[in-house]
Design a protein around this ligand. Structure first.
Ligand code: NAD
Ligand code: NA
Length: 395
């Protein structure tokens, strides 16, 4: 079939298999161009199909020759219905990993469930014996709690007494408008922490450890975000920020639990990037389009793969101790948070309108990155060509 983007609000309902494969190939080539990392050998990535998780899987495999197991929740293709992008990405990743002689298997299902955890434990036990790195990179709007059966839904709201009002952009149309968001109540805060906090990360590590599937000295890493004061009310000091506080605190709990095997849990604070998860957060797309412009002008822009390659090569797998900030976190958002970058973004923020944004912001770059997530607008792909939408995960 001929597959075109079909937009609905913040999401695209279709994905292009060739475009997704090309994105994966480009990421593989980037990692290979940076040379070998003395990195992990057997890796579990939870949330492995898109964004930072996919980049972590590619960096492990093609930067360090690691065997990888990827867990994700994606929609396979059906006749006349393209799969979700993470499905096509993962099929392409496995295909190229196998071609390179690397072990790669995937499990598609709800990572929050006991059942998918058990399937993953069984696969590690049978195929790899143990893992030495566990990347936790889930981004989900909801979680069915495996013990209580309660479905928790996360919200993106400020916390406190005041309605938050600021600029935002509809990145499809370029229209800049004011958005107002009422503060969350206590229950909404708790639900967001239940979905995006550290409880499930800890459950994964508990299960792996109890089954003796963590190698001596194993590392686990989850991803967080901080960002500037511009987005603080809706991000770091809002409901999602509470969840990230919990995730960051969980790293210490997990490190304590791993003492006997000399293991360690880290949170890495990553850069703001266009992913399916971040596109849905109000205010963030406007911030990202200004940030991209400034970072590209300064020659320091990075995507997920550049971020994770640098995380592995310059933070996690070096001869020195992993550098951390005062709160114990790895900072790979260092270039985003540079004073000169943030001062420039803050200034542009005051000037941003629908008229000025195409000039002062990188709205075109935002849109392109968004389309790229679904395999569209990728260089070298012929979108007029009839493609087979049916793609199986390699055996
Ligand atoms: P993403 O949407 O690209 O990836 C989410 C992954 O989680 C996918 O592989 C998806 O299949 C998987 N997933 C979702 N629900 C699942 C479920 N129930 N079971 C199994 N798999 C499931 O998101 P991302 O932006 O790469 O985010 C990953 C992490 O990085 C998040 O913790 C996010 O907060 C963090 N982070 C993101 C940014 C950013 O700007 N995008 C910045 C810093 C940190
Ligand atoms: Na991810």
């Amino acid at each position: 079939m001929i597959i075109e983007p079909r937009m609905r609000g913040f999401i695209c309902l279709t994905a292009h298999p060739d475009g997704c494969e090309q994105n994966v190939i480009n990421q593989i080539n980037y990692v290979k161009s940076k040379g070998t990392i003395a990195g992990p050998k057997k890796v579990l990535v939870v949330g492995a199909s898109t964004g930072f998780g996919l980049a972590s899987r590619i960096t492990s495999a093609f930067g360090a020759d690691a065997a990888t197991i990827g867990v994700f929740f994606e929609k396979p293709s059906a006749p006349g219905k393209p799969a979700s992008p993470g499905w096509y990405n993962s099929a392409a990743f496995e295909k190229h990993a196998h071609k390179a002689g690397l072990y790669a298997k995937s499990i598609n299902g709800d990572a929050f469930s006991d059942e998918i955890k058990q399937q993953t434990l069984d696969l590690i036990k049978n195929d790899l014996g143990q893992v030495d790195l566990v990347i936790y990179s889930l981004a989900s709007p909801k979680r069915l709690h495996p013990k209580t059966g309660v479905v928790h839904n996360s919200v993106l709201k400020p916390i406190g007494d005041n309605v938050f009002t600021n600029k935002t952009v509809d990145f499809h149309t370029g229209v800049v408008s004011e958005v107002s968001i009422s503060p969350a109540n206590e229950e909404e805060i708790e639900n967001t922490v239940a979905v995006m906090g550290g409880e499930d990360w800890e459950l994964w590590i508990d299960a792996l450890k109890a089954a003796d599937l963590l190698a001596a000295g194993a590392t686990t890493v989850a991803y967080s975000y901080i960002g500037p004061s511009l987005t603080e009310a809706v991000y770091r000091k809002g409901t999602i920020g509470r969840a990230k506080d919990h995730l960051e605190a969980t790293a210490f709990t997990i490190t304590d639990k791993l003492k006997d095997i000399n293991g360690k849990a880290f949170v890495s604070v990553n850069k703001a990037l266009v992913t399916q998860a971040s596109s849905a957060i109000p205010v963030i797309p406007l911030y990202i389009s200004l940030l991209y412009k400034v970072m590209k002008e300064k020659g320091i822009h990075e995507g997920c793969i550049e971020q994770i390659q640098r995380l592995f090569a310059e933070r996690l797998y070096t001869a020195e101790e992993t550098p951390i900030d005062a709160a114990g976190r790895i900072r790979i958002d260092d270039w985003e948070m540079r004073t000169d970058v943030q001062e420039r973004v803050a200034q542009l923020w005051t000037e941003a309108t629908a008229e000025t944004l195409p000039l002062i912001g990188d709205l075109a770059g935002y849109k392109k990155d968004f389309l790229n997530l679904f395999g569209f607008d990728v260089a070298g792909i012929d979108y007029k060509k009839d493609v087979n939408e049916m793609v199986e995960m390699p055996a």
